[in-house]
Design a binder for this molecule. Structure first.
Ligand code: CO
Length: 465
C-alpha cells in the first residue's frame, strides 16, 4: 500500500476559514513550483468563497486565477468545491448553466470536482456529477456530515451507495463543523469500505480540536485521502496541519510518500505570509483557538460567529445562549438539515427571529419558506404538518427535483451583460454573483481605459503638439 494521500487546502479552505478568503493569486504563485513537487494527491484551489472574494474584494478575475494556477501546477491535480445545483451561489441554477459552469471549470484547469448538497439530496448532485464526467473531470460526491436521530451510519452508507451508483469516482465525508468524533469516523469509514468500492476522502475542520484523532482513526479504518492545510494556515477553524499529520504517520503503512524537508521549505514561505496577514489584521488569532461550543451545539464555527454579529447588530448579544438553544429545535422542526450553506443561514436566522420576536415562526426568512415548500430539495425527514402550516399556510409543497422548475437561463444571462463580455466565463461569473460581477466588469473596463489613456499620454509626451 502506498500510504494515505493528501489534499492540501491552503489555497482554498484554509484561507477561507482563517482570513476570510483574502489570499491573492500573487501570494500563491511564488510557491507554486515547490508545492507542485511535493506529491500531493491534489490541491484544493477553488470554491464559492474564493470566487466571490476574488471579484468582490480583490478585484481579481477568479477564472484568471484558475488559469494562472493551472499553468503553474504541471504535476498536481487541482480541486474545487461545488455546491451541486447551486454551483458556487446560493440558489438553484438551470441545468444549462450547471453544465456550462462545470465545462468551463474543467477547461480552465480543474481536475477534481467535489460536489455536495446541503440537504444530501442526490437529485441536486446528479447534473453536476454527470457534467463533470462528461467533460473528463473526476467527480467526487460529498456527504454533508451532521448528527441527528436520523443521521446514522446506515443513512450515510445508503447515501454513499446511491452516489456511487450515480457515477461518483470517489466519496468524501465532508464534516464542515469539525464534529465527526474519532471512533464514529472509524465506524463510518469501515461501514463505507464494506459497501462501496470507490476511494474515500475525509474532510474535517480542527475547530473543536479533535480532527487529528479523527483522521488517524479514519485512516486506520481505510480512508484513502485526507484534507489538511500547511501549518501556517492550518488548525483553528481550518484543517489539521499537513506537516504534523504526515509526521504522525511515519513508521506506519499509512505514511504518505512525501518529502518532509521540502514541505518545511514551503512552511517557511507560508509562515511569512501568515505574519503579513497578522500585521494587516486579516488573521485574528481568535479563530486559532479550540472552540468546544461547536461540539455542544453541533453547529459550524462560522455559523456561531454569524449569529454573534446578527445579535450584535440588534443590540441583543445577551440572547446568544437562548438562540443557541433554539437552533437544534428549529433544525428538528425543519427535518434535520445539515448545517451548511445555505441551510445554516436559514436555520440560524429563523432561530434568531424566534427568540427576538418572542414567538416561534412569527417571522420566517423567505429562503426558509422556500425550503419548506420543497424548492431546495427533500428534507432528511418530512417536516411535520403543523410546522408546515405555521410557516407556509396552505401552500402546496413541491416534491420534484427543484431544478426542473427552472427554464434554461444561459442565453438570457448572456444577453443581459453583452456590453461587458470579454470571455464566455464572464456569463458564469454574472450568473453566480450578479452585482459583484458587474462591479468587477466595470472596474476591469476602467482599468483598461486607464492603460489605454496612459499609452496615449506617453505618445503626446513624445510628440508634443
Ligand atoms: Co471545509
Amino acid at each position: 500500500m502506498a500510504g494515505v494521500k493528501i489534499t492540501d487546502t491552503i489555497l482554498r479552505d484554509a484561507h477561507q476559514s482563517l482570513i476570510a478568503t483574502r489570499m491573492k493569486t500573487e501570494d500563491m504563485l511564488p510557491i507554486a513550483e515547490k508545492l507542485d513537487k511535493v506529491g500531493f494527491h491534489s490541491l484544493e484551489v477553488w470554491g464559492g468563497a474564493t470566487f466571490d472574494a476574488s471579484l468582490r474584494f480583490l478585484n481579481e478575475d477568479p477564472w484568471e486565477r484558475l488559469r494562472a494556477l493551472r499553468k503553474a501546477f504541471k504535476n498536481t491535480k487541482l480541486q474545487m468545491l461545488l455546491r451541486g445545483q447551486n454551483l458556487l451561489g446560493y440558489k438553484h441554477y438551470a441545468d444549462d448553466v450547471v453544465e456550462e459552469f462545470v465545462k468551463k471549470s474543467i477547461e480552465n484547469g480543474i481536475d477534481i470536482i467535489r460536489i455536495f448538497d446541503a440537504l444530501n439530496d442526490p437529485r441536486n448532485i446528479r447534473k453536476s456529477l454527470e457534467a463533470t464526467k462528461k467533460y473528463g473531470g473526476h467527480a467526487q460526491a460529498a456527504i454533508s456530515y451532521t448528527t441527528s436521530p436520523v443521521h446514522n451510519n446506515e443513512y450515510y452508507i445508503n447515501l454513499a451507495k446511491e452516489l456511487e451508483k450515480m457515477g461518483a469516482d470517489s466519496i468524501c465525508i465532508k464534516d464542515m463543523s469539525g464534529i465527526l468524533l474519532p471512533y464514529e469516523a472509524e465506524k463510518l469509514v469501515k461501514g463505507l469500505k464494506e459497501n462501496i468500492k470507490v476511494p474515500i476522502q475525509i474532510h474535517s475542520h480542527f475547530t473543536s480540536g479533535i480532527a487529528n484523532q479523527t483522521y488517524m482513526k479514519a485512516i486506520e479504518a481505510g480512508a484513502d485521502i485526507i484534507d489538511t492545510a500547511m501549518s501556517p494556515l492550518g488548525m483553528g477553524t481550518s484543517q489539521p496541519a499537513t506537516e504534523s499529520m504526515i509526521a504522525s504517520l511515519q513508521g506506519s503503512p499509512y505514511a504518505p510518500d512525501i518529502d518532509l524537508n521540502l514541505l518545511l521549505e514551503i512552511t517557511d514561505y507560508f509562515r511569512e505570509l501568515r505574519d503579513k496577514y497578522l500585521d494587516e489584521g486579516l488573521l485574528n488569532t481568535k479563530v486559532l483557538n479550540v472552540d468546544v461550543r461547536t461540539l455542544k451545539y453541533q453547529v459550524p464555527g462560522g455559523m456561531l460567529s454569524n449569529l454573534v454579529s446578527q445579535l450584535d447588530s440588534q443590540g441583543a448579544l445577551d440572547r446568544f445562549e437562548e438562540v443557541l438553544e433554539e437552533v437544534p429545535k428549529v433544525r428538528e422542526d425543519l427535518g434535520y438539515p445539515p448545517l451548511v450553506t445555505p441551510m445554516s443561514q436559514m436555520v440560524g436566522t429563523t432561530a434568531v427571529f424566534n427568540v427576538l420576536l418572542g414567538e416561534r415562526y412569527k417571522m420566517v426568512p423567505k429562503e426558509a419558506k422556500n425550503y419548506v415548500m420543497g424548492l431546495y430539495g427533500k428534507p432528511t425527514v418530512p417536516i411535520k404538518d403543523e410546522i408546515k402550516k405555521i410557516i407556509i399556510g396552505d401552500e402546496e409543497v413541491y416534491t420534484g427535483r427543484p431544478a426542473d422548475l427552472i427554464e434554461p437561463e444561459l442565453d438570457k444571462l448572456r444577453d443581459e451583460i453583452k456590453e461587458y463580455i470579454e470571455q464566455d466565463e464572464d456569463i458564469l461569473s454574472y450568473a453566480l454573483f450578479p452585482q459583484v460581477a458587474i462591479d468587477y466588469f466595470k472596474y476591469r473596463q476602467a482599468e483598461k481605459y486607464k492603460i489605454d489613456n496612459n499609452l496615449v499620454d506617453e505618445e503626446f509626451k513624445t510628440y508634443p503638439i
